[in-house]
Design a protein around this ligand. Structure first.
Ligand code: CP
Length: 317
C-alpha cells in the first residue's frame, strides 16, 4: 500500500488495508499519552489549509499535525481576505495554490468541491469537509477513537443520532463502520434521515444500517452513541431549521436506558444536544476524540507526502 501523492476525498478512496495502516501509524504518532512529540519527517514540505467555511478542530489539528511534523503551513481560515472576495473561482484558487504548496487541505461549503479541486490541483488534495457530502478525515479520527475506547474497530453496535441528512461526518463514518463489520443504527428527527445513497453504499460494502425514531430502544444494546448537531448552516430557510432545533438532547435521564460503559462521541461543535452533566461520565469521549485529530492527521500527511514514514523505519529497527 502507498498513499504517496494520493488525494483523499472520501473514505472510499482508501482500501481496508490502507485504513488499518493509517490507524497503526496514528497510534505510533500518538504514543502512550496520546500527545505526539515534535518530529522532522516533513521538514521540507509546505501544507496549504484553505478553509472557505468556519472550523476549529479540523483546521487547527491539521495545522498542529503539520507543525509537529516540521512542515510549514500557509492558507486562510476565511475566504473574506482572499481574492474569492473579488469574485475569484475555486478552480482558479486551486490552480494557483497548487504551485505554492505540496498538499492542499480544503474545506468548502459545496458538495463535490474537493473532488473538483483534486482534478485541477498539481498536488494532492485532502477533503476537510465538502458541504453536506463527506468529511473523511473526521471519520478516520472517529474510527480511531472507537478503536481506542472500545478496544476494537469491528463488531461494535453504533448509534448515529441527529441531523443525518446534512451531517457529513455521519455519512463517511457510516460507510466506514459498515465496511468493517459494525452494526449501525441511524436515529434522526423525521425529515433529517440518512440519505438513501449513503445507506446503499453501506449495504454494498458491508452491513445495511437500521433506521429508527426510537432512540431509547436503540440505546439498549449500543456500545457507542455518536451525537451530531442540527446543521443550521445547511438550511436555506431559517424557519425550517427552527423546526428541528432542540428536538433531541442527551442527558443522564435518557442514558439510564444505556449500558453504563456506553462510549459517547460527538465530532463537535456541540450546541445543546448534550447536557454538560454528561461530561462527567467515563464514556464521554468527545475531547479525547478531538485530541486524536492530531495523530490521525499526522499519519495521513506523512503517508501522502513521504514514501516511507521515518517513524515506521525507526519502529522496525
Ligand atoms: N469536527 C469538525 O469538523 O469540527 P470543526 O468544524 O470545528 O472543524
Amino acid at each position: 500500500m502507498t498513499l504517496l501523492d494520493r488525494d483523499v476525498i472520501a473514505v472510499s478512496d482508501l482500501s481496508d488495508d490502507e485504513i488499518q495502516a493509517l490507524l497503526r501509524l496514528a497510534r505510533e504518532f500518538a504514543g502512550p499519552e496520546g500527545r505526539p512529540t515534535p518530529r522532522n519527517e516533513l521538514a521540507d514540505r509546505i501544507v496549504a489549509c484553505l478553509f472557505f467555511e468556519p472550523s476549529t478542530r479540523t483546521r487547527l489539528s491539521f495545522e498542529s499535525a503539520a507543525h509537529r511534523l516540521g512542515a510549514r503551513v500557509i492558507g486562510f481560515s476565511s475566504p473574506a481576505a482572499t481574492s474569492f472576495a473579488k469574485g475569484e473561482t475555486l478552480s482558479d484558487t486551486i490552480r494557483t495554490v497548487s504551485h505554492y504548496a505540496d498538499l492542499i487541505v480544503l474545506r468548502h461549503p459545496k458538495d463535490g468541491s474537493a473532488r473538483l479541486a483534486a482534478e485541477l490541483s498539481e498536488v494532492p488534495v485532502v477533503n476537510a469537509g465538502d458541504g453536506s457530502h463527506s468529511h473523511p478525515t473526521q471519520s478516520l479520527v472517529d474510527f480511531f477513537t472507537i478503536g481506542d475506547e472500545r478496544g476494537t474497530t469491528t463488531n461494535n453496535n453504533v448509534v448515529l443520532l441527529g441531523d443525518l441528512r446534512f451531517g457529513r461526518t455521519t455519512h463517511s463514518l457510516a460507510t466506514l463502520l459498515s465496511r468493517f463489520g459494525n452494526k449501525v443504527t441511524c436515529v434522526s428527527p423525521p425529515g433529517l434521515e440518512m440519505p438513501e445513497g449513503v445507506i446503499e453504499e453501506c449495504a454494498r460494502h458491508g452491513r445495511r444500517p437500521d433506521q429508527t425514531n426510537d432512540l431509547v430502544g436503540a440505546l439498549a444494546d449500543a456500545d457507542v452513541l455518536y451525537v451530531t448537531r442540527i446543521q443550521k448552516e445547511r438550511f436555506a430557510d431559517p424557519a425550517e431549521y427552527l423546526k428541528y432545533a432542540g428536538s433531541y438532547r442527551i442527558d443522564d435521564d435518557i442514558l439510564r436506558h444505556a449500558e453504563a460503559d456506553l462510549t459517547i462521541l460527538h465530532p463537535l461543535p456541540r450546541v445543546g444536544e448534550i447536557d454538560h452533566a454528561v461530561d462527567r461520565r467515563p464514556g464521554a469521549a468527545w475531547f479525547r476524540q478531538a485530541r486524536n485529530g492530531v495523530p490521525v492527521r499526522m499519519a495521513l500527511l506523512t503517508s501522502i507526502l513521504k514514501e516511507t514514514p521515518q517513524i515506521l523505519t525507526e519502529a522496525t529497527r
